[in-house]
Design a protein around this ligand. Structure first.
Ligand code: ZN
Length: 348
């Protein structure tokens, strides 16, 4: 039995953009054994779709390397990115996403109706997500263009500051309440996203920004790829009050597979058991209820447990949840249905 799943976060577009090979589309469509996700492996694993993140990387740090080593800034916020630089890389990845759609590899879905249609027609269903709003100007002109191109999900910040807010630095044994909240432009961005059916992603935002989004947005609160701070006390994970606020709003958290956000010692080690992922799911279920837990792998952006390996390892996690005694109905919710439900209530 293959249980279809929808994934809350991958950095595959960044891996493709950064790749030395010219035939970037073929890397995805025909597949390779590199990285974590390509079309043949996604299909064989039962991946119905996911959030395809567009992450504008720091220019000097080496693109994919940054996403793979989230502690590279040593607990400090990385420098801010210029609008022009952010727009260049964002458009590069958006173009790849749209070219993949034109080549028939996936569908860029603008609503839950389009998502369910794509899934029904056996087409990989993609949500166009930006991880860090650096490419959006404070007059929101590029917002219009990106929205027209299919943008339906925004992480206001990656782990750095921008015109809209301040991200949480990568620190271990630390509380995410570091730094100031959203700017006026950031608060305006939240209002616009609510109006225009763009989901806001709280992963990477600091605690003050989280509180601002919770106060302004009328939509469910969502963290696409974050874990439980009580198990792994990293700033990227969610504390008890954050989980309670997400539950209160009817929101969702996607389980992040990055070993450094799973392990109680905060280390990025491939030798990390699937059991530890199950422990986070247990705690998320306890905090959020059966409607609030989903997947957010961070594939192609982080070191994941060796037992998972790549997207073809997701069925092992789902099997581990079944073995833990979760009913098939609950596993199907975690795998796919909870994402569809919260997307229906955010993007429509
Ligand atoms: Zn991330």
């Amino acid at each position: 039995m293959t249980i279809p799943f929808f994934d809350g976060h991958n950095d595959t577009l960044l891996r493709l953009l950064d790749h030395a090979r010219a035939d970037k589309l073929d890397l995805f469509i025909k597949g390779s054994q590199e990285g974590h996700i390509d079309l043949p492996r996604a299909r064989s694993a039962g991946m119905a779709g996911g959030f395809f993140a567009i992450f504008p990387p720091p220019l000097k740090a080496g693109l994919a390397q940054v996403a793979a080593a989230p502690d590279y800034a040593k607990g400090q916020l990385p420098p801010q990115l210029d609008l022009a630089d952010a727009q260049k890389s964002t458009l590069g990845m958006a173009a790849l996403l749209l070219q993949l759609e034109r080549a028939g590899a996936l569908s860029v879905c603008r609503s839950v109706g389009e998502l369910t249609n794509a899934i029904k027609n056996n087409r990989l269903a993609a949500i166009f997500h930006i991880e860090g709003a650096e490419a959006i100007d404070t007059d929101f002109q590029s917002f219009e263009v990106l929205h027209a191109a299919g943008l339906r999900s925004i992480g206001i910040t990656w782990s750095r500051a921008n015109a809209f807010g301040t991200g949480v630095p990568f620190r271990f044994n630390a509380d995410p309440d570091i730094g100031p909240g959203l700017t006026d432009a950031g608060k305006e961005l939240v209002r616009i996203c609510d109006q225009r059916g763009v989901m806001i992603d709280l992963s990477h935002l600091n605690a003050a920004g989280f509180r601002d989004v919770a106060a302004i947005s009328s939509k469910p609160l969502v963290a696409t790829h974050s874990n439980v701070h009580a198990i792994c006390p990293c700033t990227r994970n969610l504390t008890d009050w954050q989980l309670a606020a997400i539950r209160e709003s009817g929101g969702v958290v996607g389980l992040n597979f990055a070993t450094g956000f799973l392990r109680p010692d905060g280390r990025f080690l491939a030798d990390t058991p699937i059991d530890l992922m199950v422990r986070h799911v247990d705690a998320l279920l306890e905090a959020l209820g059966e409607d609030g837990v989903a997947l957010g792998s961070d594939f192609d952006g982080a070191m994941v447990p060796a037992e998972i390996g790549d997207v073809t390892g997701v069925p092992k996690l789902l099997q581990a949840l079944l073995d833990r005694g979760y009913g098939e109905q609950l596993v199907r919710k975690i795998a796919l249905e909870n994402w569809l439900s919260v997307l229906e209530r955010t993007i429509g």
